[in-house]
Design a protein around this ligand. Structure first.
Ligand SMILES: Nc1ncnc2c1ncn2[C@@H]1O[C@H](COP(=O)(O)OP(=O)(O)OP(=O)(O)O)[C@@H](O)[C@H]1O
Ligand SMILES: [Mg+2]
Length: 234
C-alpha cells in the first residue's frame, strides 16, 4: 500500500530520518516506535505529504508522489501529534470546515458528520466550543475529523498521549473498529502495551534508522517488547 525506499530527511546537520526502507501493508495496523527525537513524526509528515524527503522515494499504491498529490491526499487521513483545532469554533463547525476542505457536498457533509459524531459518542457536544471539551473528547474529535473524507489509510501520531486509562481504552476500541472496517492504520506511540494491543507489525526507529521491523508476536518472542525496545534504542 505504501512503500519507502531509502527515505531521508535532514534538517541542516540533524539526520532526523536516515535511510528508511519498508512497506506498510493493506489492512494492517502498523506501529512506529522510538524514543523522543527518533524520527517518528518526521516520517509520518513525509508519508502524509507535509514534508518533502531530502532523498529517497515513497510510493502510494504503486504511484510516486509527484503528479499524484490529489489522489494520495484523498487516500490519507491525518491525526496530528498536537491538537490543531480552531478552539473558537464549535465541534460541528470544525468538522464542517474540514468537510469543505475536502470538497464534500453539503448533504454529504451533514450525513457524514452525523455518522461520525455518533460513532464516537460526541453528538451531545456538537454545538459546544472545542475549548470547552475534555482532553479525551478533543482526541476523539481529532480522529473523526481525519475520517471525514473516508480515507483508506489513517495516520495517528501518539493518539492516546495524556489520556486516562478509560479514555485510552475507548480510543483503542475505536482504532480496532476502524481496522475492522478495512482502514489501514499507521500509529506512533510511546506506550509499549498500546503497540502490543493494537499493532500487527511494528518498526522500531533509533536516530532516524530502522533497528527492527517485525510482527508484534515475533518482536515479543523471548523477551518483552519493552526490554527489546530498550536494548535496541540505547
Ligand atoms: N522542523 C524541524 N527543524 C529542525 N529539526 C527538526 C524539525 N523537525 C524535527 N527536527 C529534529 O528531527 C529529529 C526527529 O524529530 P521527530 O519530531 O521526528 O521525532 P519523534 O520521534 O517524533 O519524537 P517525539 O517522540 O518526541 O515526538 C529531532 O532531533 C528533532 O529535533
Ligand atoms: Mg513525534
Amino acid at each position: 500500500m505504501i512503500e519507502l525506499f531509502n527515505v531521508k530527511k535532514f534538517f541542516g546537520e540533524v539526520r532526523a530520518v536516515d535511510g528508511l526502507s519498508f512497506k506498510i501493508l493493506r489492512g494492517e495496523v502498523f506501529g512506529l516506535l522510538g524514543k523522543n527525537g527518533a524520527g517518528k513524526t518526521t516520517t509520518i509528515k513525509m508519508l502524509t505529504l507535509q514534508l518533502k524527503p531530502t532523498a529517497g522515494e515513497i510510493f502510494f499504491e504503486g504511484r510516486t508522489i509527484q503528479g499524484n498529490e490529489i489522489f494520495i491526499k484523498n487516500l490519507l487521513g491525518v491525526v496530528p501529534q498536537h491538537l490543531n483545532f480552531d478552539q473558537d469554533l464549535t465541534v460541528e463547525e470544525n468538522l464542517e470546515l474540514h468537510g469543505r476542505l475536502h470538497h464534500l457536498k453539503k448533504s454529504e457533509r451533514r450525513e457524514r458528520i452525523d455518522e461520525l459524531l455518533k460513532f464516537v459518542e460526541l453528538e451531545k457536544v456538537r454545538k459546544s466550543f472545542v475549548r470547552a471539551l475534555s482532553g479525551g473528547m478533543k482526541r476523539r474529535l481529532l480522529i473523526i475529523r481525519a475520517l471525514i473524507h473516508r480515507p483508506k489509510i489513517l495516520f495517528l501520531d501518539e493518539p492516546t498521549v495524556a489520556l486516562d486509562p478509560q479514555v485510552r481504552r475507548k480510543i483503542w476500541e475505536l482504532i480496532k473498529n476502524l481496522k475492522a472496517r478495512g482502514i489501514s492504520i499507521v500509529l506512533t506511540t510511546h506506550y509499549i502495551e498500546e503497540a502490543e494491543f493494537l499493532c500487527d507489525r511494528a518498526a522500531i526507529l533509533n536516530r532516524g534508522k530502522l533497528v527492527a521491523l517485525d510482527t508484534i508476536k515475533n518482536l515479543c518472542a523471548g523477551q518483552s517488547l519493552e526490554e527489546k525496545f530498550i536494548a535496541l534504542t540505547k
